[in-house]
Design a protein around this ligand. Sequence first.
Ligand code: HEM
Length: 359
Amino acid sequence: MDLLTINSLSLMGLAVLGLFLRYLTTILEFIRLIKWSSTVPGPSIGELMENAKKGRKCCQAPLLVYKFLRICHILHTKAFSFWQRTNPFFKYTEPGRERDACLRILHDETNRVIKLRRKMLEDAKIQKMADTENLLDNIGKKKRFAFLDMLLISQMEGVDLTDREIREEVDTFMFEGHDTTSSAIGFAIYLLSQHPEVQQEAYEECMILEGNEKENMPYLEAVIKETLRLYPSVPTYARYITEDLQVGKLTLPKGSNISIMTYLTQRDERYFPEPEKFDPQRFLQKDKEQHPFSFVAFSAGPRNCIGQKFAMLELKCSLSYLLRNFEFLPVKDFKPNALPELVTKSGNGIKIRIKSRGN
Ligand code: HEM
């Protein structure tokens, strides 16, 4: 081999090494994707509980959940970092690239769901609302359509809705719809573990009303509201002021943005005496009128949470199932460190001890 060949080979080697190092994070990410993709779409809550009952180890967090957590963290950090917020080249920084990679995966999932539903409607030959009139569900009742079906049918009927607009709606209710309720479940079982007398009362109600979670469950509902008062899943939301607004002695000028910090407003002593105390009875006092805007975990007004009823039902079903099967015991000196990310998270996890009720 002459000197020229050796030099060319070392140059090529260096170039390959450079390329490898340049794309190392992408390669690692790819390996991680393959590892996680086997768990998509992840186990159902029933499967998780069966595993927990049998003492089996729970599986890894599915890819989507992981990506969702990462993007929440990135957006939250960006919102509070002066440098990241003002950096016009944020897109090209490491967190910027990770944000875009997460978005691609999350959008792929919403697009997949939309495609699937569109195909189901096509296969059922549904092109307009009138085609759904005589359809019955599997228990013989008039079939009710999901929000996404309605959006797709409206589009087929000619309503001016682009695919992107439909995807944005799906993004909102898919992601607004799962992380909020899981945060509430986590904080609820933590609070129940710390308050055995509340847990016992909720447990008794769940046993009596098993299978009737759609009906009133006054005590469990009060437990959920009190959990959302102390740990509102959406810790803050914002409004743009379109005209001067008088709030007490303050005038909020037209054109400003305001944030409503539910985590703080729901700890206002005027409406919630001993605000740090977990006391579901607050929501059961019929003789005492509550200020209509003192509890606003689901927001209020025309842009409040459209999933509120569904969320309550989901929370009642999950907590009722959990309480009927397990007893939650406290972990000494543990207190969650609530972080107001896009959805309230506990920075130090949720520590509880679980005892099977042996059902
Ligand atoms: C514990 C559970 C939940 C809490 C605490 C919660 C809270 C909220 C809050 C505070 C808002 C309003 C934000 C604002 O005013 O700007 C909101 C909006 C929204 N929520 Fe929920 N949510 C929950 C569960 C759900 C679920 C299960 C779904 C859907 C399946 C859902 C779908 C939505 C949607 C689509 C919006 C946007 C409404 C609009 O912009 O008009 N939420 N939620």
